[in-house]
Design a protein around this ligand. Structure first.
Ligand SMILES: [Zn+2]
Ligand SMILES: [Zn+2]
Length: 385
C-alpha cells in the first residue's frame, strides 16, 4: 500500500514515546550535557531529569533468544532513514541532512520496532565543547582544506548516540596444547678469524615441548561491541575503549534533542563479536595455565553460562562533509572529548607549499652560485675538471 502522504506533524509521537516540552514557552526541551537536566534552547528554562531506575537491567540471552515474542519499542518520535548510507536514526528532532554522509534524509512513515536500550552514557560535552575540540583538531592538521574548518563554524555537528551491545558471561574452558621449556646446548662452530678457521664453542637455545591440557574459568562483565555497520571499524576502534562509568539506566530524557542511530547488528552477531574478544582473554588464561617458557594452544572448548546482554547508547558528536567527491566524517567522543576523523589533504595548499619550497631552493642555489663566482668555496677542494 502506497501512502502518498509522508508528512509528520511535530509533537505527535508513537505510543510509548515520551517527548518533553517547555512549560514556559512550549518548545522542545533538550538534555543539557553534564548537567543532569533538560533545558529549553529558547527561554533557558530547566527541568531536572528524575531518575526512574537505580540499576541498569540486562536481558538473559538464552531466555530472550527462545521467547517467541521479543519485547521491542521505539526511542524517538520519528525514524529518519538515509537513502544513501542506510543509517536509521530515532529522534524527536526532524533534521534534513544525514550526519554520516551528508545526504538528505527522509522520514520513515512505517517504522518497525527494535530492542529498547537498557543503558545510556549521557552527553557530558556540549556542542560548544565539541566545536572547540574539532577546531583544535583541525588546527593541528597540516594542509587541511578550508572546508574542514567550516565543520567547526556551522551547526553541522549532530549529537548522536551510537548503539552498542554489551555482554556478560561466566566462561569455563577446557584446552589442550604444548608447554615449551627452553634449554641450552653447547655447540662447536668454525669461525674465520683473520682469514683462518678457528673452533669456538657457542650456547644455542633449544625448546623441549611437553603435552599440556587443563581447564580455566573467567567471568566477563560488559564486553562492548558496536551494533552498527554504518561506521568504519577502524574509526570505531579509535573511539573505544568506552568507559561505561557514567552509564545510567535508559530514560527518554537523555535522547531529547539528540538522535540515536539504530542498530543493524543483531544480538546474535554481536554475541559472536563479543566471544571473539573473550577468546583473546581466554587464550591468554590458557597460556598462563600451561606455564613454561613458551606455549602452544591447539584447542579450546569454551562453555558460556549466565549470558546476559543489553543495548547501550554511547554519545558522539558527528559531522560529515564532502570534499573532492569523497565524504569525510569527524567524530567527537562526547564523554572524553577525543576527536576522531578522516581528513582530506588540500591539493592547492600542498602545491602552494611545494612551490614555496622550490622558490626557497632556487633562492639558495642562486645565493650559493653568487658566492662561488665571488671566489668563496664551500665544502673542500674544488676546481678540478
Ligand atoms: Zn522555553
Ligand atoms: Zn547517510
Amino acid at each position: 500500500m502506497e501512502d502518498g502522504e509522508t508528512r509528520v506533524s511535530e509533537g505527535v509521537a508513537p505510543t510509548g514515546v515520551r517527548t518533553f516540552d517547555c512549560v514556559q514557552c512550549g518548545a522542545r526541551l533538550e538534555y543539557a550535557p553534564g548537567g543532569g537536566a533538560l533545558q529549553c534552547p529558547y527561554c533557558g528554562a530547566e527541568q531536572p531529569v528524575v531518575m526512574v531506575d537505580e540499576t541498569i537491567d540486562e536481558h538473559d540471552y538464552v531466555t530472550w533468544q527462545s521467547s517467541p515474542i521479543k519485547p521491542t519499542g521505539r526511542t524517538g518520535a520519528h525514524l529518519l532513514s538515509c537513502p544513501r548510507c542506510a543509517a536509521q536514526l530515532e529522534t524527536d528532532d526532524l533534521s534534513t541532512l544525514c550526519q554520516f554522509c551528508g545526504a538528505p534524509i527522509v522520514v520513515d512513515v512505517n517504522p518497525d520496532e527494535q530492542i529498547v536500550p537498557e543503558g545510556v552514557v549521557p552527553f557530558t560535552i556540549d556542542r560548544r565543547g565539541a566545536q572547540d575540540a574539532v577546531r583544535a583538531w583541525v588546527g593541528s592538521r597540516l594542509f587541511a582544506p578550508n572546508r574542514l574548518k567550516k565543520v567547526t563554524a556551522t551547526e553541522q555537528l549532530k549529537g548522536t548516540y551510537l548503539p552498542h551491545w554489551t555482554f556478560d558471561a561466566s566462561t569455563s574452558t577446557r584446552y589442550s596444547g604444548l608447554r615449551g621449556e627452553h634449554y641450552f646446548e653447547t655447540q662447536q662452530v668454525t669461525v674465520m678469524v683473520d682469514g683462518r678457521p678457528q673452533q669456538q664453542t657457542r650456547q644455542v637455545m633449544r625448546t623441549r615441548w611437553w603435552p599440556a591440557s587443563g581447564a580455566v574459568a573467567r567471568d566477563f562483565d560488559d564486553v562492548v561491541v558496536v551494533a552498527s555497520t554504518r561506521l568504519e571499524p577502524d574509526q570505531i576502534a579509535r573511539l573505544s575503549p568506552w568507559s561505561l562509568e557514567g552509564a545510567r539506566p535508559y530514560q527518554p530524557e537523555y535522547l531529547s534533542g539528540y538522535q540515536a542511530l539504530r542498530y543493524d547488528v543483531q544480538p546474535d552477531q554481536g554475541l559472536e563479536a563479543a566471544k571473539q574478544q573473550m577468546r583473546t582473554v581466554i587464550l591468554d588464561d590458557c597460556r598462563h595455565d600451561i606455564g613454561g617458557d613458551v606455549q602452544q594452544v591447539h584447542s579450546m572448548d569454551t562453555r558460556y553460562a549466565e549470558l546476559m546482554f543489553k543495548l547501550m547508547l554511547l554519545p558522539v558528536w558527528v559531522a560529515a562533509y564532502l570534499y573532492g567527491g569523497t565524504t569525510y566524517q569527524v567524530f567527537v567522543n562526547a564523554h572524553t572529548g577525543q576527536v576522531i576523523g578522516d581528513r582530506p589533504y588540500s591539493i592547492p595548499k600542498i602545491i602552494a607549499a611545494v612551490v614555496l619550497g622550490l622558490i626557497v631552493v632556487a633562492v639558495l642555489v642562486f645565493l650559493f652560485s653568487q658566492q662561488q663566482s665571488t671566489g668563496v668555496t664551500i665544502g673542500g677542494p674544488g676546481g678540478s675538471g
